[in-house]
Design a protein around this ligand. Structure first.
Ligand SMILES: *[C@@H]1O[C@H](CO)[C@@H](O)[C@H](O)[C@H]1NC(C)=O
Ligand SMILES: *[C@@H]1O[C@H](CO)[C@@H](O)[C@H](O)[C@H]1NC(C)=O
Ligand SMILES: *[C@@H]1O[C@H](CO)[C@@H](O)[C@H](O)[C@H]1NC(C)=O
Ligand SMILES: *[C@@H]1O[C@H](CO)[C@@H](O)[C@H](O)[C@H]1NC(C)=O
Ligand SMILES: *[C@@H]1O[C@H](CO)[C@@H](O)[C@H](O)[C@H]1NC(C)=O
Ligand SMILES: *[C@@H]1O[C@H](CO)[C@@H](O)[C@H](O)[C@H]1NC(C)=O
Ligand SMILES: *[C@@H]1O[C@H](CO)[C@@H](O)[C@H](O)[C@H]1NC(C)=O
Ligand SMILES: *[C@@H]1O[C@H](CO)[C@@H](O)[C@H](O)[C@H]1NC(C)=O
Ligand SMILES: *[C@@H]1O[C@H](CO)[C@@H](O)[C@H](O)[C@H]1NC(C)=O
Length: 348
């Protein structure tokens, strides 16, 4: 255990010193952009422990486009003006109510569980070579505040089993966006938000578990649903924001594979007054952040083979919207309208 810990510590120090190098890059417009995300955003970026039994790993954001075709709410395949990439995904906003009725629909269908749903398991050092599955979005707020959002992407979300019964599975969807948010005042971390299903929890930075370097807060990622928790173990989430350790709808978290999402991330700032996203390095693709649609299939109709729908809870549900719909302009640490206290000690 001690050996693994020391190894992780070494790897983590290695990673953070690599990523601290600010590289000058020539942007597409020929201009040189020296700007980099503030050092404190890198310094306090969360590290993750996936569940030890996880099979749906972090996934490449851009690959989702290659494995899907856009459909409207009628299931009609849409033909955008040019091939879709992360740079022009927002061209889909020309369809179906400014894109809100557009679904990136898996080529194989959700029930086929194609192998690309499984993403990429991190290497022992926490990296996921060849893929980018995190986007960092910083938002400046009044009172010397900066919110750094860490958005994690998974190609597939396996829903929970009710009372741990695999025959009662609810809430499967293609595409999964989850996040942590670290709020800074004058560059000092104050609090960390953990997204969980329709809500989440917040803790003071001081209260959070720290990673191998003793500085970066830890998120424990739930098996299948990828909800983010501040402590490992089982978490019942039948009642949002009210975590108990047993109940009918239980997320399982544990200190499984170590994942350092910052090792491969796109980095942006967002101006809450203008609604404009800007890539820190002038290179990272921006258009996808403006896409208003869904990152997976629409909910299967009740008549579809394999669909289960009881009391409004369905087995196969619609994919989620992206980072631009996750309360970037929030006033408090929790999204506006979601009253959650910033707790100063860990626990359910
Ligand atoms: C996690 O999900 C996998 C895939 O469905 C499943 O095999 C495993 O039993 C789950 N783990 C727990 C602890 O529920
Ligand atoms: C997606 O497909 C395009 C065109 O075939 C290819 O250039 C690109 O590398 C692919 N991207 C990913 C992330 O798979
Ligand atoms: C969807 O289908 C309905 C009913 O068939 C039709 O009236 C409507 O025009 C279609 N909408 C689109 C966007 O294709
Ligand atoms: C998309 O278009 C359909 C058909 O015109 C419409 O019924 C539906 O409400 C639209 N979707 C959304 C999310 O508004
Ligand atoms: C992490 O491990 C992979 C596979 O062993 C290796 O290719 C990569 O260079 C390592 N990255 C760092 C930053 O140590
Ligand atoms: C900024 O701080 C002042 C003083 O604490 C407070 O009254 C005000 O509401 C804060 N502004 C925002 C936007 O949080
Ligand atoms: C559910 O089943 C998994 C795998 O069999 C087990 O690890 C886990 O502890 C169970 N959870 C509960 C809440 O009973
Ligand atoms: C967090 O801990 C540090 C060091 O103990 C202390 O200086 C700081 O005031 C604490 N911050 C909060 C918000 O409690
Ligand atoms: C961000 O912008 C929205 C929309 O204009 C506004 O409601 C919200 O108060 C802003 N947030 C902050 C922290 O100023």
């Amino acid at each position: 255990m001690l050996t693994i810990f020391s190894l992780l510590l070494l790897f983590s120090l290695g990673l953070s010193s690599c990523s601290a190098i600010t590289v000058q890059k020539v942007a597409a417009d020929g201009g040189v952009h020296k700007r980099d995300v503030p050092d404190f955003v890198r310094q306090y970026a969360p590290v993750a422990y996936l569940d030890s039994t996880e099979i749906y790993f972090p996934s490449d954001i851009g690959a989702q486009i290659n494995h899907t075709k856009p459909e409207d709410t009628n299931g009609t395949v849409l033909t955008p003006p040019a091939p879709l990439t992360l740079s022009d995904l927002d061209s889909l906003n020309a369809f179906n109510d400014s894109g809100t009725g557009v679904y990136l629909t898996s080529d194989e269908g959700i029930e086929a569980l194609p192998s690309w749903f499984r993403g990429v398991a991190p290497e022992f050092n926490g990296t996921t070579p060849g893929i980018v599955s995190m986007a960092v979005v910083t938002v400046s707020k009044p009172n010397d505040t900066l919110d750094a959002f860490f958005f994690y992407f998974y190609a597939y979300n396996q829903g929970n089993w009710v009372f741990n019964d695999s025959a009662l599975e609810f809430g499967d969807h293609v595409g999964d966006w989850e996040h942590n948010m670290v709020r800074f005042v004058n560059g000092t971390p104050q609090a960390v938000y953990y997204s969980q299903h329709s809500g989440g929890e917040a803790f003071t930075y001081n209260a959070t578990v720290k990673g191998p370097d003793g500085v970066r807060p830890v998120t424990y990622v739930a098996n299948g649903t990828h909800a983010n928790y501040a402590i490992p173990g089982p978490h019942d989430h039948t009642i949002p924001d009210f975590n108990t350790d047993v109940g009918p709808l239980t997320d399982e978290t544990s200190m499984g594979p170590f994942w350092d999402p910052l090792a491969a991330a796109y980095l942006y700032s967002y101006d809450n007054n203008t609604g404009v996203f800007t890539a820190y390095n002038g290179f990272d693709p921006v258009g996808w952040l403006n896409f208003n649609g869904r990152w997976g299939d629409n909910q299967l109709p009740d008549s579809a083979k394999g669909q289960v729908d009881v009391f409004g809870e369905a087995k196969y549900v619609a994919g989620p919207t992206g980072p631009n719909d996750k309360g970037l302009g929030r006033t408090n640490v929790c999204p506006d309208g979601d009253e959650c206290d910033i707790k100063d000690s860990l626990g359910p």
